[in-house]
Design a protein around this ligand. Structure first.
Ligand code: XMP
Length: 522
């Protein structure tokens, strides 16, 4: 490192900018806990900061957090909740292509608060049948739209008629007939369906259900007053959702680099798959592999870029400047940085390779700036402070483990010794590779039937709070970080970041210590 002049203020000598700091530690790979950020003069309140980020010309997030394309983290439920909070979900690819397409459609056609497949009753059923259905399925409601077999709306069965006293009567006798129902055409919902439903309920005293129909008067969905009230109240607390130009939620999907029987990249399959995703409205595809600086990944990215010139492409993973440049030249917009930092990863243990995150991000960020592409810090995030540190060099972060315990993550909840858990497994674990992700780790699908070196483990996460709560905590921490550095935006955070190395003793001091904790901050 070039020595700073003695007349330079002490701050500048001890708290170094990224170039000076990482150059001074060249040859040593550092991660989040190895360093800390110096505070700066600030007149910025955390609540006045903005976390917007652009990952390509079209991919704009209001929260720089992406949920990982892992089969225990992101399917449509997680992707919907991520986009509603301003982030992005990457639907994993350990499922058939057809299933992945329908997961993407669920996100793209999700209307917040609109129950798109409401439980219905048939006109010929008896009230007794309906009572039985409520009991068997433990429904907490008793009002049902009544439709014929073509889904044409015939009426609404009001809850006050669903009583044992009327058990033998027909639904068609008890329902409020179509002619007396207030409905709304789906085209009238406009860009803000919740506001539209809210107005409807204001204007129609005593009505608790709003039925949505199409041109053929078929039932398209249902709003309930209680859902709309809950969402309207929550709105003030939530970030601005991440939407496309047609006001639909953003959604990403992972794709692999499959090979045909001769070991060549299966161009047709890749291009057809991505084409079908684009038709469903996908906003970004992620070519997700463990080793992105490899011919197969570069060629896959180039094939997708040639076929879809305007599609946002995320690719990875790499940890070197050359890797970033290779994928940028192939046509990627945003490059995933991370080899082995993940909470379920064993790549560094098994293969002896990988670079701790902050050094990898620094090296990658300089090549990314040169090539005009974005980088995403993938893996190893366990607290909001890690996100702040990552964002001093990266444009967004990908989280797996911190989101895997949320109710929005796929998978069953299990109880062990009175505690609730969800499964969380590495995509390089044997079980996940058997389910489809072998190519991501450079193995053929059949290899995963025998003993190959797994690069991930199967684990459990304690069930956590909802995604909204977890993201609020992460975003709140990031906003505090910006406030401490006097930064209003992520671009200012990057330019104001000054780093200092932390020793083991310093790490100990950074966490709570010498106390008996009675209430955790989790
Ligand atoms: P976190 O720390 O958020 O990491 O749980 C999630 C990221 O880890 C990567 N990943 C793996 N890496 N073996 C690996 O070496 C695996 O089995 C594995 N599965 C996921 C991936 O980048 C993810 O986003």
């Amino acid at each position: 490192m070039e020595a700073l002049s003695n007349s330079a203020p002490l701050d500048e000598r001890f708290y170094l900018d990224a170039d000076a700091f990482f150059s001074a530690h060249a040859g040593t790979a550092l991660t989040y806990d190895d360093l800390t950020l110096a505070t700066q003069f600030s007149d910025v309140l955390p609540r006045d900061t903005h976390l917007d980020t652009m990952l390509s010309e079209t991919l704009h997030l209001t929260l720089p957090i992406i949920s990982s394309d892992m089969d225990t983290v992101t399917e449509s439920g997680m992707a919907i909740a991520m986009a509603l909070n301003g982030g992005l979900g990457l639907i994993h690819y350990n499922m058939t292509e057809r299933q992945q397409l329908s997961e993407v459609s669920r996100v793209k056609y999700h209307v917040h608060g609109l129950i798109q497949d409401p439980i219905i009753a048939a006109p010929g059923q008896s009230i007794g049948d309906v009572l039985e259905m409520i009991e068997n399925k433990t429904f907490a409601f008793s009002t049902f739209p009544v439709v014929d077999e073509k889904k044409t709306l015939l009426g609404l069965l009001p809850g006050h008629t669903v009583k044992p006293r009327y058990a033998s009567r027909k639904v068609s006798d008890a329902m409020t007939p179509r002619a007396l129902l207030q409905t709304i055409h789906e085209s009238e919902l406009g860009p803000d369906p919740i506001a539209c439903a809210d107005r409807f309920f204001n204007e129609h005293i005593g009505i608790h259900k709003l039925l949505v129909v199409n041109d053929a008067d078929q039932l398209r969905g249902l709003f309930t007053l209680s859902d709309v009230e809950r969402i309207t109240q929550e709105r003030t607390a939530l970030a601005k959702p991440a939407r496309d130009a047609d006001f639909r939620l953003l959604c990403g999907a992972a794709v692999s680099a499959p090979r045909d029987a001769f070991g060549n990249l299966d161009r047709d399959r890749i291009v057809n798959h991505v084409g079908a995703l684009v038709e469903r409205g996908v906003d970004a595809v992620a070519v997700s592999t463990a080793h992105g600086y490899s011919r197969g990944v570069g060629e896959t990215v180039r094939m997708i870029r040639d076929a879809f010139p305007h599609l946002a492409i995320i690719a990875g993973n790499v940890t070197s400047g050359a890797g970033v440049e290779y994928l940028a030249d192939a046509g990627a917009n945003a490059i995933k940085i991370g080899q082995g930092p993940g909470s379920i990863c064993t790549t560094r243990v098994v293969a002896g390779v990988g670079i701790p995150q902050m050094t990898a991000l620094y090296v990658a960020s300089r090549s990314a700036a040169k090539k005009g592409v974005k980088i995403i810090a993938d893996g190893g995030i366990s607290k909001s402070g890690d996100v702040v540190k990552a964002l001093t060099l990266a444009d967004a972060v990908i989280c797996g483990g911190v989101l895997a315990g949320c109710p929005e993550a796929p998978g069953q909840i299990m109880e062990i010794n009175g505690k609730l858990y969800k499964q969380y497994r590495g995509m390089g674990s044997l079980a996940a590779m058997k389910a489809g992700s072998a190519a991501r780790y450079g193995h053929a699908a059949k290899d995963s039937q025998r003993k190959v070196a797994a690069e991930g483990v199967e684990a459990l996460k304690e069930v956590s709070a909802s995604l909204d709560t977890i993201l609020n905590q992460l975003a709140g921490g990031v906003q505090s970080g910006l406030g401490y550095l006097g930064a209003t935006t992520l671009a200012e955070l990057r330019s104001k970041a000054r780093y200092a190395r932390v020793t083991n003793a310093g790490q100990k001091e950074s966490a709570t210590h010498d106390i008996i904790e009675v209430k955790t901050s989790k």
